[in-house]
Design a protein around this ligand. Structure first.
Ligand SMILES: Nc1nc2c(ncn2[C@@H]2O[C@H](COP(=O)(O)OP(=O)(O)OP(=O)(O)O)[C@@H](O)[C@H]2O)c(=O)[nH]1
Length: 542
């Protein structure tokens, strides 16, 4: 807390310190406690909300990405598996039929019949062709004009050269159509190679494979494509992209390596995708199912918006509660500060006592203020007492007398004044010393105190002169008190001194605008008592 400690700059002279604040403290001083609490609480609430939304968004985003990747991985794997099953079944079908076909190699009509039968038995192929061992077409289902011709295609050469079951790379046929061929060698019973039967599948036309790979529901921006072993697109919802090279795409490259899985990827067009991919072993194809990342996450934005809508009323309630709480917390401190600033005003203590300090610190502050004020009040009372008291006799002094008369003036208090003066006191001092004189003054003061009733005011005016104020007393009553005091003094013996006497002037009246007039009258009467020989009481004639 050292940084918040108040420092002071001295300007010289008394009370010329002004507090020094750092720039930060100066900024903070613009806030009162209520605003400070509000600011802090709202900052905390805001940070909590932002943190909640941010972490919620992150978690949801990760879940969404994971789920999307998994869904596309599963879908790509399923499609690849079905394609693999289809290709193997088709190869198996050709292998079985090859045994029958080879028996009719020397009977063109029978061979054509068998081939037509095979063509009609399934939708697997668009065209079936039987080649002899030189690559001459012996029978064909869809293109009879090919019969008798020798075909010089890469697929034909490969099939003739390898003499085993093959699945060709997709290629452009003489018709210009994109096709692939599944071929099966023909061996007779003596195991002589007699050629091969090839089934061509047009990738862009209706057949089972097209049904498997070419038709998908492209909802939510999701779509599926297939690449061949060279990374060329052979199935894609955009026809313009067929046979385009996609091998630079990381998931295509992974699928070409025979891998299956899922990962975020940026495609060849720079679009961020969430892709699942799988490998079709028998054809060396890759199947990729994917969805644009932005479209997948668009749902999350909507979710966040919905969450914000749900959270908004609660947030509003929190703000109102915080505002109300800040008021409640700041209120006792503001009240205490206001009352402390005016603690010298009338009724400050009960006002501070009335402040509702409902929490610990405010209560502590209130108690501290009250204790401080009580201590200050006691100190003031002591000062007032001391300044209104005669140090030697303990009686009230002239200030006390004035103060009493002031009070009585407003209540128009009837009262009598006894102006008392010790006779020949100078000679006491001169003969017995000043200290003995002081003892005599103290003793006579006590005599006066003793002869006063409750409510009477006894003051030493200075020197050997005293005043007694008798509230409610009339002149006769006051004269009686004065006579009695005279007798008491005369009868009293101060040790080491001869008997002392006093002269008393008495006046009675009402404390009005100028109660001092009554004092003057009593003083005049005292003067007369002195003149008349001392040790007597003279009543002023009003
Ligand atoms: N011991 C003592 N003497 C005081 C004090 N104050 C005043 N005196 C003395 O009181 C004496 C007053 O004398 P004066 O005013 O002449 O009056 P007095 O001798 O009493 O004569 P009268 O009043 O005319 O009877 C002076 O000698 C003062 O020094 C005090 O506090 N202590």
């Amino acid at each position: 807390m050292a940084s918040l400690a108040v420092r002071y700059r001295y300007h010289g002279g008394v009370g010329t310190f002004t507090p020094l604040f750092s720039r930060w403290e100066t900024v903070m001083l613009r806030f009162d406690l209520r605003r400070l609490i509000l600011l802090l609480a709202l900052t905390a609430v805001l940070l909590t909300v932002i943190n909640g939304f941010y972490s919620g968004y992150q978690v949801q985003r990760d879940i969404l990405i994971r789920n999307t990747l998994e869904a596309h991985r599963v879908y790509a794997a399923k499609v690849a598996y079905n394609t693999e099953v289809f290709l193997r079944a088709t190869q198996q079908n050709l292998r079985v039929n090859a045994e029958r076909l080879v028996e009719h190699m020397d009977d063109a009509a029978a061979l054509q019949r068998e081939l037509d039968l095979l063509q009609r038995s399934s939708d697997n192929f668009n065209n079936l062709v039987v080649f002899d061992e030189r690559g001459v077409v012996r029978a064909a289902t869809a293109l009879p004009q090919l019969i008798g011709r020798r075909l010089e295609s890469p697929g034909t050469h490969e099939a003739l050269a390898k003499r085993r079951a093959l699945i060709s790379e997709p290629y452009r046929a003489v018709t210009g159509q994109l096709v692939m061929m599944i071929s099966q060698p023909l061996f007779d019973r003596a195991s002589h190679y007699r050629g091969y039967v090839g089934g061509s599948i047009r990738l862009r036309e209706k057949n089972i494979l097209h049904g498997l790979l070419g038709e998908h529901y492209y909802r939510d921006g999701s779509y599926l494509y297939v690449v061949d072993g060279k990374g060329r697109l052979i199935f894609h919802h955009d026809p313009a992209r067929i046979m385009q090279d996609a091998s630079s795409n990381p998931v295509v490259a992974a699928a070409m390596r025979g891998e299956s899985g899922a990962r975020p990827v940026t495609n060849t067009r720079g679009v961020a995708m969430l892709a699942g991919y799988a490998y079709v072993p028998s054809a060396h194809w890759g199947v990729v199912s994917q969805r644009p990342r932005a479209q997948a996450l668009a749902e999350l934005d909507q979710l966040m918006l919905t969450m914000a809508q749900y959270a908004a009323p609660l947030l509003l309630i929190i703000v109102v509660v915080v505002w109300w709480l800040s008021l409640q917390i700041a209120r006792p401190l503001r009240q205490l500060a206001r009352e402390a600033a005016a603690m010298d005003s009338h009724g400050a203590t009960p006002r501070i006592e009335a402040v509702r300090s409902w929490y610990f610190e405010a209560q502590q502050l209130k108690q501290a203020l009250l204790v401080g004020m009580r201590a200050m009040q006691q100190q003031l009372n002591r000062f007032r007492q001391e300044s209104n008291t005669d140090a030697l006799t303990g009686l009230g002094n002239r200030r006390e007398l004035d103060s009493v008369l002031d009070d009585w003036k407003y209540s128009r208090q009837p009262f009598a004044v006894l102006m008392i003066d010790i006779d020949f006191f100078k000679s006491v001092n001169d003969s017995y010393g000043h200290d003995t004189g002081d003892q005599a003054l103290t003793a006579l003061a006590q005599l006066m105190r003793d002869s006063a009733r409750e409510g009477d005011v006894v003051c030493r005016m200075g020197g050997e002169e005293f005043v007694m104020l008798l509230p409610g007393a009339d002149a006769i009553g006051a004269e009686r008190v004065a006579e009695r005091l005279c007798s008491c003094v005369e009868a009293y013996r101060v040790p080491g001194l001869p008997p002392l006497t006093v002269s008393i002037g008495v006046a009675a009246g009402i404390a009005d605008e100028a109660p001092e007039a009554l004092l003057r009258e009593a003083d005049d009467a005292l003067y007369q008592a002195k003149q008349q020989g001392r040790n007597r009481v003279v009543l002023a004639v009003v």
